[in-house]
Design a protein around this ligand. Structure first.
Ligand code: FES
Ligand code: FES
Length: 148
């Protein structure tokens, strides 16, 4: 099947039911997107499909054919970091970092939908799990990115 990832076309030979996450990581070699739970609970695997946040561990790759997939590797605009990435650096959000690619992708999608999210919006949309407990820094960085 043919997939468009970060603006490039990739022809991959996989079973159509293969989760998109494994195609991104193992066929295409983009390992920024992480595997956490595998059951759409933790958000570590979040990517954008046609701009919407999707948990790639639970989406068959065939469902993304003909759509624009963006991973953490494609979020920056060339050498310019996305405003969420900049806020993450400025607020020193990550601890171990494992959940953070998915967290950033979820936040980038939220800010596109709601440029000035309230704490309630954040609570409703950012359900990603961080075992390091960075939630307070995440919230501060979201508000900073919203003002950027
Ligand atoms: S690995 Fe996909 S939601 Fe946890
Ligand atoms: S920074 Fe370690 S799991 Fe979130």
């Amino acid at each position: 099947m043919r997939l468009s990832i970060n603006g490039k076309t990739h022809d991959v030979d996989v079973d159509p039911s293969t989760p998109l996450l494994w195609v991104i990581r193992e066929q295409v070699g983009l390992t920024g997107t992480k595997y956490g739970c595998g059951i759409a609970q933790c958000g570590a695997c979040t990517v954008h499909v046609d701009g919407a946040p999707v948990r790639a561990c639970s989406l068959p790759a065939s469902a993304a054919v003909g759509k624009k997939i963006t991973t953490i590797e494609g979020l920056a605009d060339g050498g310019t970091l996305h405003k969420v990435q900049k806020a993450w650096v400025e607020h020193e959000v990550p601890q171990c970092g494992y959940c953070q690619a998915g967290m950033i992708m979820a936040v980038a999608a939220l800010l596109k939908e709601k440029p000035r999210p309230t704490d309630a919006d954040i609570n409703a949309s950012i359900t990603n799990i961080c075992r390091c407990g960075t939630f307070q820094q995440v919230r501060e960085a979201i508000h900073a990115a919203a003002k950027a």
